[in-house]
Design a protein around this ligand. Sequence first.
Ligand code: CDP
Length: 250
Amino acid sequence: MGSVGAKDVPVLLTPEGRRIDGRKLDELRPIRIQAGPLHQADGSAFVEWGANKVMAAVYGPREVHPRHLQQNNKAVIQCRYNMAAFSVDERKRPGLDRRSQEISKVIAEAFESVVFAEEYPRTSIDVYIEVLQANAGTRCAGLVAASVALADAGIPMVDLLPAVAVGKVAGQIALDLKKEEDNFGEADLPMALVPQSGRLVLLQMEGHMTPEELSRALDLGVAGCTVIYGKMKQALRDRYATTELAGGAA
Ligand code: CDP
């Protein structure tokens, strides 16, 4: 069904420039962000992005565990990205594999660039990201969810961190790859941006792009991040408005 050439490789781009789900090259998948769905966490957010479903919870600033990670001059930011065993087609082995550890590390480092950690010495800011359903771009969805959750927890930051992956499919640079595009495409470039300064605080690359393609990919990614940034701010505004209404009604 829908295959050409090599067995099981889907048509990633039609002659009219439409992608496997009908999107244009510069189009994002639909994104819905909810701030504050978890009441026990200090801050939380739920992101549905295409077929990705990602929950983030933030706790802190609080006591550091394990204690030896404590820093006298700033808060430590600890991040745990986890994919649920049921989040992918083939059951994923539960637990922290190398991929999850790497993603946790790059996300924590991205937040270290924007959180005012020196305001909370000897504490920990704990960020949990649970991927409930995965369809490529989960580290970006996780970053977006965690970023809104950090803001929901009232953690002071330079800015929110919108993120998106740009890639190369059928020889063309495309925004926000879905699973088939990630699997059968030629490159994947996840990025996270500080909108205020335009600084990239996460940039990874799998596959190959020419310098011109990279430049086009960065432009497309920055444009995508700008749209996502708007949705992140709106999610926080909506949360605030609901709280005010609930407070007023009580
Ligand atoms: O999710 P992201 O694109 O940030 O990371 P990736 O390592 O490039 O993974 C791409 C996609 O492969 C994931 O979003 C999942 O849909 C899928 N995947 C999977 O099916 N099983 C795994 N153990 C890991 C990833």
